[in-house]
Design a protein around this ligand. Structure first.
Ligand code: URP
Ligand code: ZN
Ligand code: ZN
Length: 472
């Protein structure tokens, strides 16, 4: 038995001082301050963790990560399931959801089995999978049923990446009808990939006269917000026709947010996540830079203008945006440099799995979101939306003892010198942070102990998820 004493327990609805009693892998009680000695927990505790001055949070739930993702034969995302979940733990995230990718010609079951083979026994914290469906046809849609039975209750489709992951509107509609019948969540990468490919081709054609047309900034210019908004609007319309639930991943722009906000205003089962990079990093500061800094910040959708940050923070405050996940997909410099002379050859993605709780806490410090909303978008709502609640995302008796002790006053600076992700640079280099994770428990086991790593690969278990509990 472990007791966490003297901290302030923060939930999605507020904060209050309380002691937390952990029995085995689960939380067994929340006690009013000072009442511990009157219970038998004080005598039975193997360990009392003092949490004076700390927030005691439900472990973070990051529902969008890409560990060990082979993007091309020359580029695989840098973190494997051990380094990625170790870094997640350092940052206060105790559950991640990655993707089992079904590529063209592959059976859904084989894709899932292969991903299990890569993750099994290697994770430090708990993990799950979505299905990423790149080959929508009658058999793969049939197989979606078996995936749900196996705890994979959500499926990502792509309006981008023609010829690779792309689905056309007919395939998307078919998949949505099936998802609606099964109660599965459809996740959408909403960018108009067909139009984007025209802009990319034209950038290539322009290079003979103007080499700058292949610089990193052109990654942003060939993926304009209007083509994200168009895709979100289309996805929302298709979901309306099929009456299917829809979750827009990595939403990056105010234009796209408008479409989500309007659907939510109408009471639809439409949700969206944004990512820390779209709240903190900008096109001007990073993507519009020649050389390695620009390449390091290539991700899709691209970083947008600084002016749009306020809209996304407002979206988080007002529940237009439901979740913040990382879309963690980092590549080392040697792989980012594949695009040194042509941005189109740069593997897309950046790394934040370790920093999500800190980066969102800056929103609390800056009064953009409340303390409760921080916990809500980083832990509680992702757990509820993706069928893990109340096992995950909450500190209450019966829940998994995934708990973070967070020091709100600590000051530190993000850097590749100190992070635990397996990338040789940081998209966040030099950013000053207020607040820091001190201690992390995953299912009752301490994995970060007062900023010392004491976890082990293999502790993390696959989470068989149920259906979303937030659908109306
Ligand atoms: O640039 C990104 N987002 N890389 C990861 C793949 C994806 O589309 O989520
Ligand atoms: Zn995507
Ligand atoms: Zn992604």
């Amino acid at each position: 038995m472990i007791v966490i004493r003297g901290g302030t327990v923060v939930s999605a609805t507020g904060a209050a001082p309380a002691d937390v009693v952990i029995d085995g892998e689960r939380i067994s009680a929340l006690l009013a301050p000072g009442s511990l000695l009157a219970t038998d927990a004080a005598g039975r505790a193997d360990r009392i963790i003092e949490a004076d001055g700390m927030y005691v949070l439900p472990g973070g739930v990051d529902v969008h990560v890409h560990l060990q993702l082979e993007m091309t034969p020359d580029a695989t995302s840098a973190d494997d399931f051990t380094t990625g979940t170790t870094a997640a733990a350092w940052g206060g995230t105790t559950t991640v959801i990655d993707f089992a990718g079904q590529q063209v010609g592959m059976a859904v079951g084989d894709a899932i089995e292969a991903r299990h083979g890569e993750a099994d026994g290697r994770c430090v914290v708990d993990y799950g999978f979505h299905l990423a469906m790149g080959d929508v046809h009658p058999q793969s849609l049939l197989d979606l049923g078996a995936a749900i039975d196996d705890g994979i209750s959500s499926c990502k489709l792509f309006m981008a990446y023609p010829g690779v992951w792309y689905s056309d509107d007919g395939q998307i509609l078919d998949a949505m009808f099936r998802a609606k019948d099964l109660g599965a969540m459809v996740m959408m990468h909403a960018e108009n990939g067909i139009a984007i490919d025209v802009l990319r081709r034209r950038a290539g054609e322009a290079a003979a006269l103007d080499p700058a047309s292949l610089a990193p900034a052109m990654h942003g210019r060939t993926r304009p917000a209007v083509l994200e908004a168009e895709a979100v609007n289309r996805a929302v319309a298709l979901a309306e026709v099929a009456e299917a639930p829809l979750y827009i991943v990595h939403l990056s722009s105010a234009e796209a947010l408008e479409a989500v906000a309007s659907a939510r205003h109408d009471g639809r089962n439409v949700f969206a996540e944004t990512c820390p990079q779209y709240l903190h990093l900008s096109f001007e500061e990073h993507l519009d830079q020649h050389g390695i800094d620009g390449l390091r910040h290539i991700c899709s959708p691209p970083l947008r203008s600084q002016q749009g940050h306020d809209d996304l923070w407002r979206g988080l405050r007002t529940d237009q945006l439901s979740v913040v996940s990382t879309d963690h997909c980092p590549f080392c410099d040697n792989e980012k440099l594949l695009g040194a002379t042509d941005f189109r050859d740069t593997p897309n993605g950046l790394g934040s799995i370790e920093h999500r709780m800190d980066l969102l806490h800056q929103g609390v410090v800056a009064d953009e979101i409340s303390l409760a909303r921080w916990v809500d978008v980083c832990s509680t709502t992702p757990a509820r939306l993706f069928g893990m609640y109340p096992r995950k995302g909450v500190i209450q008796p019966g829940a998994d003892a995934d708990i973070v002790l967070y020091d709100p006053a600590a000051q530190h600076v993000l850097s590749a010198e100190t992070h635990h992700m397996a990338i040789d640079h940081s998209a966040w280099e030099g950013m000053a942070i207020t607040g820091q994770v001190r201690t992390v428990l995953s299912r009752g086991s301490v994995v970060i102990d007062d900023r010392t790593f004491v976890g082990r690969a293999g502790h993390g278990q696959f989470v068989r998820r149920g259906l979303s509990e937030l659908l109306v």
